[in-house]
Design a protein around this ligand. Structure first.
Ligand code: ADP
Ligand code: MG
Length: 357
């Protein structure tokens, strides 16, 4: 197919799928405690989370509020009735052979998260959907060439946040994730530590909206997200320039080699054999409770950033401060009565204080 642009001018098109572990004491459908690291393997299990025959799911009501607060803070429409589905795949860390998720009717749809774009203007990144689902266990590849399975994480409550492909560079993807983390922490939905696996990102990237795309799986730090996307864009642009056809595929970021490698061609929804979950009723929310939850949301990072800009900070500084609860509170306390000090305070907090922490 002929392309009017030289390959270097092809914009990046990026959409993220982010898994977030909700800050609840217990798992999504069973009473075992949610896993905290570091922890001995298989300490937090129960018949349901290791898939024993006959064990049935019972929704943990404590997951609803953090999930809904996250959805409302991301400007989503929360459905008063959402439904559960089984997503089947075979993997040792998934003992039931399926994951319970919300496929047909998710908890929430059509939200938006504003980030600072590469052009230093605020850009709204559309959120397609947010659904609840259970986490899988973890395969641990030992130095003795054996693989063991740890089910501490199996069945923990996740929300998956799916963005539209509105991000235009690896740096925008990083800023989206940082702002998302700040929102999740601000509303108490998750502690969202990437290094503990509480926030995990799959990044989809292509050069054209309807062209072939790569899904980069399980990126577990902001740096890896940015580096993997930059590498992948370079690879796609080079292939495009050389006339090598690109295909839809899943690739992994190899942090040691600083490159991505292919793992499998991407499966479609049909491969998962989604089925309605027969053992759980629909999740119904009370409209008055939903309104009260909306009214109780705290000041969000975007509003904080706007306040910092009103005190004279440049957008880039305001943005970074607003994503950090601790620093922002210090900034706010020090400059609220004295806006003329705002820039100096911000410089100190983002410079020396950040270096010392
Ligand atoms: P699938 O159903 O194949 O997983 P979706 O259309 O549901 O694909 O999108 C999954 C993710 O991929 C979303 O985060 C979306 O923003 C992103 N995405 C869709 N199209 C593109 C594209 N052309 N380039 C990059 N990301 C994309
Ligand atoms: Mg999912």
């Amino acid at each position: 197919m002929a392309e009017p642009h030289p390959p270097g001018a092809l914009a990046a098109i990026i959409g993220l799928e982010v898994h977030v572990q909700l800050a609840t004491a217990r798992k999504l459908f069973s009473p075992a405690r949610r896993h905290h690291q570091p922890e001995a393997p298989n300490r937090h299990i129960d018949p349901f989370s290791i898939g024993l025959p006959g064990a049935l799911p019972v929704l943990n009501p404590a997951v609803i509020e953090p999930a809904v607060r996250a959805a409302l803070a991301l400007g989503c429409t929360v459905d008063l009735r959402s439904e559960w589905d089984r997503k089947h795949y075979f993997y040792p860390d998934l003992p039931k052979g399926f994951q319970i998720t919300q496929h047909r009717r998710p908890l929430a749809t059509e939200g938006r998260l504003d980030i600072l774009g590469d052009d230093d203007r605020q850009r709204g990144i559309r959120i397609r959907r947010i659904h609840l689902e259970e986490d899988a266990g973890k395969s641990v590849h030992g130095p003795d060439a054996l693989t063991r399975v740890d089910f501490n994480r199996a069945g923990a409550a996740l929300i998956e946040i799916v963005s539209e492909p509105d991000l235009r560079s690896p740096a925008e993807a990083r800023r989206f994730l940082k702002r998302l983390r700040a929102v999740l922490r601000t509303v108490g939905a998750s502690t969202a530590h990437m290094e503990r696996g509480e926030l995990r990102c799959d990044a989809n990237v292509s050069l054209r909206l309807h062209g072939p795309r790569t899904e980069l799986k399980n990126l577990n730090s902001f740096r890896h997200v940015e580096q993997a996307l930059a590498y992948e864009l370079g690879r796609q642009r080079a292939a495009f320039a050389a006339g090598t056809p690109l295909v839809d595929e899943t690739r992994l970021w190899d942090a040691a080699r600083r490159q991505t490698r292919a793992t499998r061609t991407k499966g479609g929804a049909a491969d998962y054999r989604y089925l309605p979950e027969p053992d759980l009723p629909a999740l119904a929310l009370d409209p008055q409770w939903l309104q009260a939850t909306r009214d109780a949301l705290p000041e969000l990072p975007a509003a904080r950033a706007a306040r910092a800009e009103q005190r004279g900070l440049i957008a880039g500084q305001a943005d970074v401060l607003a994503d950090d609860d601790e620093l922002f509170d210090l900034f706010d306390a020090a400059s609220s009565g004295a806006p003329e000090l705002a820039s100096a305070v911000a410089g100190l907090l983002l410079g020396d204080v950040s270096r010392l922490r």
